[in-house]
Design a protein around this ligand. Structure first.
Ligand code: AMP
Length: 193
């Protein structure tokens, strides 16, 4: 069975997960999985998944775990059969302890590894500055506040979950885009060495 590696990005909305994941996919032979992008595509195309997910995405709440775990499961199973991919960058997944446990089971079953969990740590002020300039439908100020609350309550406990597994690396996400990506490269180089 082919070996696949996983890189996980954690961090609040606006912390640069998507941007940094794109920079990395261009340098490594990795695929970028953004559950948020997948959901938005499904909503635009009005698929069954899109119809189910729409109200959650539009209100800044998390889509129920069962739906997201199924999505992740089929994506990873499909990719596992593609011979030319070295790994997957997970951007915005897992976002709950349930999702992290499901991912852990999946990767055990496939006999693959989590290479690192990269936590982009960013101040609330910087989040507001960045999201104000992005203009996504769920980037309105009242929704940003709700998404931040959801992050603190449901996703932040993952920092401890991955710290316990010695997988967590925290990066100062207030830095410039290139400084953040240099910091990430240094961490990944150290992992290889
Ligand atoms: P993002 O593009 O990562 O900011 O995600 C946008 C929205 O998609 C979130 O506010 C959630 O409604 C939904 N979403 C993305 N990833 C997940 C996930 N792992 N679990 C549940 N909902 C998610």
């Amino acid at each position: 069975m082919k070996s696949l590696e996983f890189l996980i990005f954690l961090g609040p909305p606006g912390s640069g997960k998507g941007t940094q994941a794109e920079i990395l996919t261009n340098k490594l032979n990795f695929i970028h999985l953004s559950i948020g992008d997948l959901l938005r595509e499904n909503i635009v195309n009005n698929t069954e998944l899109g119809k189910l997910a729409s109200k959650y995405v539009k209100s800044g709440e998390l889509v129920p775990d069962e739906l997201i775990i199924d999505l992740m499961d089929s994506f990873i199973t499909e990719l596992k059969n593609e011979s030319n991919v070295s790994g997957i960058i997970l951007d915005g997944f897992p976002r709950t302890i349930n999702q992290a446990t499901a991912l852990e089971n999946k990767i055990k079953q496939l006999n693959v590894n989590i290479k690192a969990v990269l936590n982009l740590d960013i101040s609330d002020q910087e989040i507001l500055n960045r999201l104000a300039g992005r203009g996504r439908e769920d980037d309105k100020p009242e929704l940003i506040k709700n998404r931040l609350k959801v992050y603190r309550n449901q996703t932040e406990p993952l920092l401890e979950f991955y710290k316990e597994r010695s997988l967590l690396d925290t990066i100062d996400g207030d830095q410039s885009e290139s400084d953040v990506s240099n910091a990430i490269f240094n961490i990944l180089k150290a992992e290889v060495a």
